[in-house]
Design a binder for this molecule. Sequence first.
Ligand SMILES: Nc1nc2c(ncn2[C@@H]2O[C@H](COP(=O)(O)OP(=O)(O)OP(=O)(O)O)[C@@H](O)[C@H]2O)c(=O)[nH]1
Length: 556
Amino acid sequence: MAIKSRFLISTTLILLLTGFFSWLSMRVLAEDIIVSWVERYAEKQVQYDKVRTLLPLIQEVKLSKEFAELESLKEWAKHPFNDALKQHALYDTEAFRHRFSDKSYFIALKGNEHYYYSDGKEASNLDPYRYTLHESNPDDSWFYQIMAKKLNLHLNVNPDVELGVIKLWSDVLIRDGDDVLGVVGTGLDLSGFLRQMVEKQDIYSAIVFTNNEGSIQLYQREELIDYSSLTKQSEDKSLVFQLLDDEQSRMQLKQTLEMAKEAPNHVKTSPVYKDGVRQLASVVYIPEIDWFQVNFIDINGFLPLTEFSGLLVVFFISLVCALIVFYLLLTLIVTRPLSELDLSIGSLDKKQYRAPKLGHFAGLEIKKLVSHYQKMSTSLLEYQLELENKVAERTEALSRLAKLDPLTELYNRRGFEVHMTEYMQRWQKSHHSFGLINVDVNRFKLVNDLYGHAAGDLVLQEIATYLTNVVGDKGEVARWGGDEFLILVKQNSDQDLVTISEQLQGDRESLVIKIKEQNITIQFSVGNALVEDNDTLESLLHRADNAMYAVKFNNR
Ligand SMILES: Nc1nc2c(ncn2[C@@H]2O[C@H](COP(=O)(O)OP(=O)(O)OP(=O)(O)O)[C@@H](O)[C@H]2O)c(=O)[nH]1
């Protein structure tokens, strides 16, 4: 794979991985920010709710407690059958009634098991007695349970069927030291409260108020409110945990409720699954009413993933831009200089040097590399040229040597054959006549035998010089083999062939060679042949040969 592709692929992978992990960590960070923001928001919200929404409720509870502390009421509760005390107490309670927001109160006394209720609608002089409580009556069991459990305060949510509203009953014990004398309290119409709660739901997907054990006391979905939860069996109760999707979420919320109870008015959070989505549950314990406020917020809904899509688009555009810039830089710094180098190396094959053109952006290392390459390739080309010249010279020398006889430096047989063939071809076109003279040294063997082979060589060199001088510019001399020479006569005039032949044959005293103080007279047997039409080199040679042998035979 090309260096550019490798770099681009690996860079893309690195960028994608980095982007992916940045996105993940951004999400985690965003979630952390949301959680801490929600915690702070919920804490402020609780303070705000206390002032605006919960205040009447808290006020009502406070009043109920104050109501239970009325001395006349306590005295009557101690002696429920004492009419004077009853009248005194009812006088006081009637006065107190106006302080409750519903202008109503109830009194249930342990001593006579009577239930009194007044909302001021009946004439004030009438006895507020309503009915007598019975332990066996399930409708009355709240009274007996509150006393049995000695619950100083119990808030009980119950629908008022007659009025068609939901009422919150704040039940407070009348106590005399450790003795429980009865239960008093008031009912508060929750309709307005619920409406306000729905209105201020703002960022939350749900706001739930639960009692100590998690049973739902206030919720927008009224059908889930756990009415009269005190008297219900645990399996019948409508708990906040049941709003959650899985067991782990339920466990987590339970733990969060416990933690919240230990830090009243402070928000504790836990991630849970509700309605199929991940939500953050923020829990606050409100000690004044012994309730929990549990708010749920849909994290993704609050900060949806689509919010990140803009970031993703920016990320991908940056990625593409980064890749384009990287591609251009890689091209300018690395690949273009490298391909210039490649082109230059390729040109060396054609024995032409093409200098690599390096741009301004080419990497320093590549510039150095190219500089080394330029020095190397220049000297390589020079060396190659020098070598080729030497080879050409040597080849020419070899080819010349192959044509020449090393001893006499005349044409050897092979060289002369080539030369004669060319001459024959020229003759066939020009018909410029020529002839051959075959010269054989007589009794040369004796020279070798008498004076040695080295002396024989010297004699052969002298003969070569002699023959060359005799022929001059009229022809060319070759050593045909051993002591046999061949002369090509160009025959500028008709007589040249005969003249030279006769001079070599007849001039018996002209060649005397001095060897080892001995004068040796060299004589030749000479035969010639003039080229004829339809002659081949072989036929011409053959005739000259025959002529020479005829002379040699006659001489013996
Ligand atoms: N020194 C020397 N001798 C050579 C060379 N080439 C051939 N010879 C000798 O030349 C002689 C040629 O002898 P022949 O042609 O048989 O006979 P010849 O003695 O010349 O007698 P005829 O030709 O019959 O007159 C041989 O003894 C070869 O050994 C050479 O390069 N150097």
